[in-house]
Design a binder for this molecule. Structure first.
Ligand code: PTJ
Length: 253
């Protein structure tokens, strides 16, 4: 890392360095860098901060995953690079398994990500020996596991491909995503969309999960009943639009 911590964009530049190193280490796909850049652009529009509509979605997503019989968290190359430890802790809070489920799948990358997750403390990691296919998806990215995403009734699929998110919904699963782009097909297909940055959202979701466990099943059910993803997606767009209008009025310096 050549950028000093005093640089005003230090965190962003440090994250880019980490992703670039993880591409070289064979964990993240080169395409993951492009996906990250798109996310960064939307994070500017959010003000690079977790907004109330994201908190609401995180709480609903955690309630859904706690109420599920078989909750599963899906991890790809970007998530492994940026949030392996927090995903392992979230899985523990939710009693969930983790599946390494890749868009640009290679067996070497699956194995590296699985061992990264285990080193970070994850207890139940599957995906290395896929034994099922997600219907309606061509190519290797359909590969899944009965003990993982395929057999789950609720899934957290952050930074997900739109086709696969739609296929998971079509299988009858409750789909929770984290995606900075509220216009993406995944954001619109999911039943719960957390419009927030991954490294802010995952640790915060672990806190919501802990709180909801203490509140009990009735509170979890009430949280889900009161949740409306279309309203939350609308609020995210309104927040971005309002911020742009405010900046346009005040003058961007
Ligand atoms: O490791 P693989 O092979 O499974 O590939 C993973 C990527 C991410 C490359 C693949 O799933 C992909 O191409 O994803 P998309 O279709 O580009 O979607 C990624 C979405 O995540 C986009 O809508 C981005 O805006 C969003 N995004 C990117 N970085 C972040 C993010 N959302 C939250 N936090 C981020 N850090």
């Amino acid at each position: 890392m050549t950028v000093p911590p005093s640089h005003p964009r230090f965190k962003s530049l440090e994250t880019r360095d980490r992703l670039a190193a993880m591409v070289q280490a064979g964990v993240t796909s080169p395409q993951g860098l492009i996906a990250h850049g798109r996310g960064e652009a939307f994070d500017y529009l959010l003000g690079e901060a977790t907004q109330p509509f994201a908190e609401e979605a995180m709480r609903a997503g955690c309630a859904a995953l706690l109420l599920a019989r078989k909750p599963v968290l899906s991890v790809n190359g970007n998530i492994a690079a940026l949030a392996a430890g927090p995903m392992a802790r979230l899985a523990k809070e939710l009693g969930a398994a983790i599946e390494v489920n890749l868009f640009h799948r290679t067996e070497e990358r699956v194995a590296r990500i699985a061992s990264l997750l285990r080193d970070a403390g994850a207890e139940r990691v599957v995906g290395e020996q896929p034994d099922a296919r997600i219907p309606g998806i061509d190519h290797d990215r359909a590969k899944s596991s009965v003990q993982g995403v395929y057999g789950a009734d609720a899934v957290l699929v952050p930074l997900e491909d739109g086709d696969r998110a739609q296929a998971l919904v079509a299988m009858g699963k409750l789909v929770v995503t984290i995606d900075l782009n509220p216009l993406s097909r995944t954001a619109r297909a999911a039943q719960v969309t957390v419009v927030d940055e991954l490294t802010r959202a995952v640790p915060r979701m672990a806190e919501h999960a802990r709180a909801l466990k203490a509140e009990g099943r009735e509170a979890q059910l009430a949280t889900m009943r009161g949740y409306d993803n279309a309203r939350v997606l609308g609020a995210s767009l309104e927040s971005m639009a309002a911020r742009l209008q405010r900046l346009a009025k005040e003058g961007v310096r």
